[in-house]
Ligand binder design. Sequence first.
Ligand SMILES: Nc1ncnc2c1ncn2[C@@H]1O[C@H](COP(=O)(O)OP(=O)(O)OP(=O)(O)O)[C@@H](O)[C@H]1O
Ligand SMILES: [Mg+2]
Length: 257
Amino acid sequence: MIKFNQVSRSFIGDEVETVAIDEMNLTINEGEFLSILGPSGCGKSTLLNVLGMLDSIDTGEFSFLENPVDKYSEQQRARLRKQHIGFIFQNFNLIDELTVEQNIELPLYYHKVAKTERKRLVDAVLKRVDISHRRKHLPAKLSGGQQQRVAIARAIVTNPDLILADEPTGNLDSKNSTQVMALLQQLNQEGATIVMVTHAPEHIIYGTRVIELLDGKVITDHLVKEKPNSQIEKEAVGVYSKEIDSTADQGVEVTCG
Ligand SMILES: Nc1ncnc2c1ncn2[C@@H]1O[C@H](COP(=O)(O)OP(=O)(O)OP(=O)(O)O)[C@@H](O)[C@H]1O
Ligand SMILES: [Mg+2]
């Protein structure tokens, strides 16, 4: 689905240049749920913004569903993003003046979905994230967990092929975090490809693969192996029920900054 070939992205500040993505090679396959770990400033958000086509790259090749994104104009990238990608931001990014249902409906306007169909889709997704009872509220009247569920609803209402999530549980307590992670896992099992930045190593068990970044480079890359009955086990005790497959790369520990 996604292919990076020697991709770089730098920011030039007052005389200093920060290399946020450094000649990165990365392939992400359809159906994966990839977690990204790494210390603050290592380029996680930059990578996610590039994948979400909110930011562009300086050098290298970036293809998305066979589209040569690095050669695309901003307009072409925007079209691709609208068609295929849902973005979940760490700070929710909801529009304060719009109610819960209006926030969720917004992407459907951009997709020119007819009114009755918009209502049907919004109703369904409100139910899915269990926030129907707050549909007429403004975001400020909701708890952090509820706001994040609205943000997720807005990201998935268009049924995107790729869901990008930048620390989706960063501002949540453990109960709300577990809910959000379970929802992301479910969306992945239904076919969405997910790329998630996280500071919580315990959340990588919900995914299928984990990479660790350092200074704009991928330094470890592992599959997450599922154990039998993992789902039941996880729900029952909320502990690790998957393990990292480190056979390919023995002795490298996955850590988090
Ligand atoms: N718009 C920008 N202008 C200048 N420098 C930037 C910009 N965006 C990111 N950077 C720099 O690029 C580097 C990577 O930033 P990025 O936000 O991707 O890190 P991160 O891994 O997401 O960190 P955190 O865990 O703190 O969110 C940092 O050194 C940051 O200061
Ligand atoms: Mg970040």
